[in-house]
Design a protein around this ligand. Structure first.
Ligand code: 13P
Length: 248
């Protein structure tokens, strides 16, 4: 299974800077096709990113998806709409959604299911806070978050992409060590193995201050199948260096 390097742009960029970033990624990609690449712009820019990437092997995704299909849900974007404009992935359950928008484990599971039901691959984020890690609760928290997703998607577990994103590592420059990350990825893999015959088909990305300097070591871990990158995905050279590190 190819590794997946995904950029979560969060609420950054504008038409001009996005065009520049995408052009830079496209220009640097030749010869780097041993991994899959995904960019997730803010929803208003998803369609223009798809257009800018026409004919390129870079997928485009949303940063969130509604559990609803359509109707009176002001501000929401459905999986159908993402697919309609050419997106193929959506980040689901990012810790910033859980923290600032009150998304619960159950809602995240429903969102993952809604995405799958409408042809969008969810990149489901799970991970503990610093307080939870210090209290020795890391594995329990991650297992609980993942159990809700497995419960919601049933036999479709093998179609998920998962991202382990320790909250304390996001945007802090404090990356999990390769050993810390691998230990949790192994726990996640074991939990998936109990739910699907082919746990190796589920890509488990690491996210949280992954950058050009630490990507090689993180991606060398046996259960780290790619990265979900925030800040460094906004810099062409850094994002390309991470993609290069994933060539294996
Ligand atoms: P940073 O890479 O900026 O730490 O963000 C990680 C993240 O939240 C990706 O979804």
């Amino acid at each position: 299974m190819k590794k997946l390097i995904a950029g979560n742009w969060k609420m950054n960029g504008d038409s001009a800077s996005n065009a520049e970033l995408l052009a830079g990624i496209v220009a640097g990609l030749p010869g780097l096709d041993a991994c899959d690449v995904l960019v997730c712009p803010p929803s208003v820019y998803v369609a223009s990113a798809v257009t800018a990437l026409a004919g390129q092997s870079v997928a485009v995704g949303g940063q969130d998806v509604s559990v609803q299909v359509k109707g009176a849900y002001t501000g929401e974007v459905s999986a159908d709409m993402l697919r309609d404009v050419g997106a193929t992935y959506a980040i689901v359950g990012h810790s910033e959604r859980r923290q600032y928008h009150g998304e619960t484990d159950a809602l995240v599971g429903e969102k993952a299911q809604a995405a799958l039901a409408h042809g969008i691959t969810p990149v489901v984020c799970i991970g503990e806070t610093l307080a939870q890690r210090e209290a020795g609760e890391t594995n329990a928290v991650v297992k609980r978050q993942l159990a809700a997703v497995i419960h919601a998607v049933g036999h479709c577990v093998s179609e998920l992409v998962l991202a382990y994103e320790p909250v304390w590592a996001i945007g802090t420059g404090q990356t999990a060590t390769p050993e810390q990350a691998q230990a949790v990825h192994a726990v996640i893999r074991a939990q998936i193995a109990a739910a699907t015959e082919h746990p190796e088909r589920v890509r488990i990305l690491y996210g949280g201050s992954m950058n050009a300097a630490n990507a090689t070591q993180l991606l060398a871990q046996p259960d780290i199948d790619g990265g979900l990158i925030g800040g460094a995905s906004l810099k062409v050279a850094d994002f390309l260096t991470i993609i290069r590190a994933a060539q294996g």
